[in-house]
Design a protein around this ligand. Structure first.
Ligand code: NDP
Ligand code: ZN
Length: 375
């Protein structure tokens, strides 16, 4: 009997390894407001692709907007998740730089690098607006036993020795998105900066502003852990949005001058009005917040210099890509950023993904970022 069971196990195991017609377990969005475990076919590996098995995965606030606010529309049986580190198990014939056994950083954004949009410098919109954001948006995400990565040479990055997989998972989205906020805002040496929202994304926005040479950094948020890390990352002042309009608080603190740059990594559609009001003429706003609700963003006419105030707003999805992942990983290795501080909750086991996502939805006071160790 045990001999037969052993044989069955080996055959099943072999089938999973070889990928012949096997299914896999995954955690998915079933419809707006609904999630659950599903079985799906294991993804097939195209000539330029890779198949990766997860080592560490992390849920994102974006998953929460997608499921519970239906922010990008309805999705059925779409596997969630876009952050993690994994091990390559299969590569396509034309993949040059990765092989089975490599430990890799999965990027949340996986553009088609030969698209016209990528050639124009906006790879994150390859194939249409936001279409470089494939995982858990227009194709299955990473909360699965097997993960399909398109354009593997362009989108994977080796996890450097010395970076723990859970820290590597912060390089999927939190680090690149937060740092992109400081790029979008165009932070320059000596600038005064307000970072609205200091969840894990905004915290990396604070660090990005420091690295780009900001002088004063006003960080907006209330969760005690986030406030503590914001200070460690280099915020000089903490402001609570619960203490009244942010623009008023910033104008009070800057003797009516306002700030040079604003990074928006939290708040609502109404946050833009506050950002415009606190901005100096010639200043710029970089938005990385995923606006889950509301139809319009209102810009206050007079505070926008009746249309002539040179106050710029840029909202952007983080770019993605191997080069960026490698460069940002190099910042971790060099000790210039320390994303390990973002991780507050650790789970173990694939089936804990659901719990970790619910934690992200409920946002308890002590939460910054949860991770789930899979293997
Ligand atoms: P969190 O929910 O952890 O953080 C949000 C922050 O905003 C908190 O500091 C919160 O304060 C603060 N906040 C809440 N309400 C207000 C308000 N009315 N005014 C000002 N601040 C407020 O989110 P994350 O850091 O995980 O993510 C931030 C955003 O970035 C999300 O919308 C996410 O979807 C998006 N995102 C965008 C990506 C991109 O490529 N552009 C990629 C990944 C994420 P408190 O301390 O009180 O909680
Ligand atoms: Zn994310």
């Amino acid at each position: 009997m045990s001999l037969i069971l052993g044989l069955v196990f080996r055959i099943t195991h072999y089938k999973i390894e070889s990928g012949e017609g096997t299914s896999m377990k995954a955690f998915a969005m079933l419809g707006i407001g609904k999630t659950g475990w599903i079985e799906k076919d294991r993804p097939a590996c195209g000539p330029l692709d890779a198949i990766v098995r997860p080592i560490v995965l992390a849920p994102c606030t974006s998953d929460v907007h997608t499921v519970w606010e239906g922010a990008v529309g309805d999705r059925h049986n779409l596997i969630l998740g876009h952050e993690g580190v994994g091990e390559v198990v299969e590569v396509g014939d034309y993949v040059k730089d990765f092989k089975p056994g490599d430990r890799v950083i999965l990027s949340a954004i996986t553009p088609d690098w030969n698209s016209l949009e990528a050639q124009a410098g906006f790879a994150m919109h390859s194939g249409g607006m936001l279409a470089g954001w494939k995982f858990s948006n227009i194709k299955d995400g990473v909360f699965a036993e097997f993960i399909h990565v398109n354009d593997a040479d362009g989108n994977l990055a080796l996890l450097p020795e010395g970076i723990e997989p859970e820290v590597g998972a912060m390089l999927s989205d939190m680090v690149p998105t937060g740092l992109h906020g400081s790029e979008l805002a165009g932070v320059q040496f000596g600038d005064t900066v307000c970072v609205i929202g200091i969840g894990p994304v905004g915290l990396m926005g604070v660090r990005g502003a420091v690295l780009r040479g900001a002088s004063h950094i006003y960080a907006v948020g209330t969760r005690p852990n986030c406030v503590a890390i914001a200070k460690e990352y280099g915020a000089t002042d903490i402001i609570s949005y619960k203490d009244g309009p942010l623009d008023k608080q910033i104008l009070d603190k800057t003797k009516g001058k306002g700030v040079d740059r604003v990074i928006i990594a939290g708040g609502t559609v109404d946050t833009f009005a506050e950002a415009i009001r606190m901005l100096k003429p010639g200043g710029s706003i970089g938005n990385i917040n995923y606006l889950g609700e509301g139809d319009f963003i209102k810009i206050p006419r007079a505070d926008w210099g009746v249309g002539m105030g040179h106050k710029t707003i840029t909202g952007g999805l983080m770019p993605g890509g191997r080069l960026r992942s490698e460069k940002l990983a190099a910042l971790v290795v060099a000790g210039r950023i320390d994303p390990a501080k973002l991780i507050t909750h650790r789970f173990e086991g694939f089936d804990q993904l659901e719990k970790a996502l619910m934690l992200m939805k409920d946002k308890p006071k002590d939460l910054i970022k949860p991770v789930v160790k899979i293997t």
